[in-house]
Design a protein. Structure first.
Length: 498
């Protein structure tokens, strides 16, 4: 089943667009309702731009009350709703429903408060990730999660996808940096999940919603944890002639007990693309490069850097150099964070994968990806959060060549299958969206998927919130042919229920 066919597995409603627009105008200004194709075109895809769907309608509420009213109307009329942040996602998670409302949070851009004494910030979901750290810097604080898209991506989207970034190895994903949030249910009720304390009674619904990809509710406010800006941050650049040796060095760094603030890796193709784009100071002839950053107290940072440098040399590094100053350190990281757009300059298209594996399996997985690259006849640029095993292979292809997109998808599917086989998972931070819906059937058993679907039904009985994303139906899994993975078969009466 194709992604386009999967999009048809959504709720069908009978209300006509003009009638629905008239009802929206009772509480929403005409300027905040988009219904013409040319106005809605910018919303037809997210960062995974290979798949596009024009929304039925786009709404841009400015207040929580307006967002509640939109949800209540959609709930009453049985109209699907897809919440959207900045559209920087890379799994098709914000792809609109062709017969549904796209609810944009683009106008929820206020930093409501910064509380330096308690190290927290309360923000609306449309606030950019980087803007939080910029606002907190005057108090000597910052927000740790930093996806590569942090200049554009928003906090609401970060929560929906449980985003990570370069510093998640030491400071955690979004989940570990969110204290509380306000969530609108499909019938317009507002829930406050989490507290500003260290623990909460009852089920951890905050953790459940973080990473739920808009399937359970619409986030309208988030309270974030802020951290003191470290006294010192210093970065090593380690150069390798062999990518497998570099992978083994990553595992050795973690095995030694060191916890870098960031531990990132790039292969030769990604290095050369980034250097041509940014001039970060990377060696053009390297086959692998590791950036290792330590932060904290100066004495401890210097001791940790020395230990890390010895490990890199022990595992065959050709060169290890420390950034001479903060400007050079920022240049090193600018190259890594610009790797995705840099690769876009050397290929008409690329398909960005996102899987996570145990660190100890890194070298063998990279070797297998190289073999698969030869098998499929498509080049791969590997860029990844090596410290936590989060891979981002970029499969290069040309969408203008018939069949190459499908070939890239098949190649990506094999990489995700490989991640599962070595004990990993099919996502690290990009989410499932529509891109990996089939691989969910491989990752989870029938019983597990049934529980996921049951939780979805508690929050959204009609299946109106972001339909067709993240959770496959059991019927879909049967059609995908995953039954043998789960050592059994699905009774068809059960399939009809889901």
């Amino acid at each position: 089943m194709s992604y386009q066919e999967h999009a048809a597995e959504i709720v069908v409603h009978a209300i006509e667009k003009p009638t629905f627009v008239r009802q929206l105008k009772q509480f929403l200004s005409a300027d905040n309702i988009l219904s013409e194709p040319e106005d809605m075109k910018p919303y037809e895809c997210d960062g995974l731009s290979a798949y596009r769907t024009l929304p039925w309608l786009v709404t841009l509420p400015e207040t929580i009350a307006e967002a509640q009213a939109i949800l209540r109307l959609c709930h009453r009329q049985g109209v699907p709703v897809v919440a959207r942040g900045a559209g920087t996602g890379l799994s098709g998670g914000a792809l609109p429903a062709a017969n549904g409302v796209l609810l944009s949070l683009a106008k929820f851009t206020r930093i409501l408060s910064i509380d330096p004494a308690n190290r927290r910030a309360c923000v609306q979901p449309g606030v950019r990730n980087l803007a939080v750290s910029e606002a907190a810097a005057v108090f000597g604080l910052y927000y740790a999660p930093d996806p590569s898209s942090q200049i554009a991506c928003t906090i609401g989207g970060n929560v929906a996808e449980n985003s990570g970034g370069v510093h998640c190895l030491k400071y955690g994903l979004t989940l570990q940096n969110v204290l509380a949030l306000k969530l609108l249910t499909i019938d317009g009720e507002i829930l406050t999940l989490g507290t500003e304390g260290l623990d909460n009674p009852g089920y951890d619904l905050l953790a459940l919603v973080t990473g739920s990809e808009g399937l359970l509710g619409v986030i309208v406010e988030v309270t974030l944890k802020l951290l003191p800006i470290p006294e010192t941050a210093a970065t090593l650049l380690a150069v390798f002639a062999d990518i497998e040796k570099a992978g083994a060095a990553v595992a050795a760094i973690i095995g030694s007990g060191l916890i870098p603030a960031g531990l990132e890796m790039m292969d030769g193709l990604a290095i050369r693309a980034a250097e041509a784009f940014i001039a970060a100071g990377y060696p053009d002839d390297a086959e692998a490069l590791i950036l290792c950053e330590m932060d904290g107290l100066t004495v401890q940072v210097q001791a940790d850097l020395a230990k890390a440098e010895n490990i890199f040399h022990a595992y065959g590094a050709l060169e290890v150099r420390q950034a001479l100053n903060d400007n050079e350190r920022k240049k090193f990281w600018a190259g890594r964070k610009a790797a995705f757009p840099a690769v876009g300059r050397i290929s008409p298209d690329y398909y960005c994968m996102d899987g996570t594996i145990p660190r100890r399996r890194l070298a063998e997985v990279l070797k297998e990806i190289t073999r698969l690259s030869r098998e499929f006849g498509l080049s791969v640029a590997n860029v990844f959060h090596a410290g936590d095993g989060n891979l981002h292979p970029l499969i290069l292809y040309d969408a203008n060549k018939p069949g190459e997109l499908e070939l890239a998808e098949s190649f990506g599917g094999q990489i995700l299958r490989l991640c599962i086989e070595v004990g990993g998972t099919i996502t690290g931070e990009h989410g499932i969206g529509m891109e990996k819906i089939n691989q969910m059937c491989l990752q989870f058993s029938t019983a597990e998927l049934r529980q996921f679907l049951a939780i979805k039904a508690v929050f959204d009985p009609q299946g109106l919130l972001n339909p067709g994303k993240a959770l496959p139906s059991l019927r879909r899994c049967a059609e995908f042919g995953a039954l043998h993975v789960h050592h059994g078969h699905l009774p068809y009466p059960e399939l009809d229920r889901f």
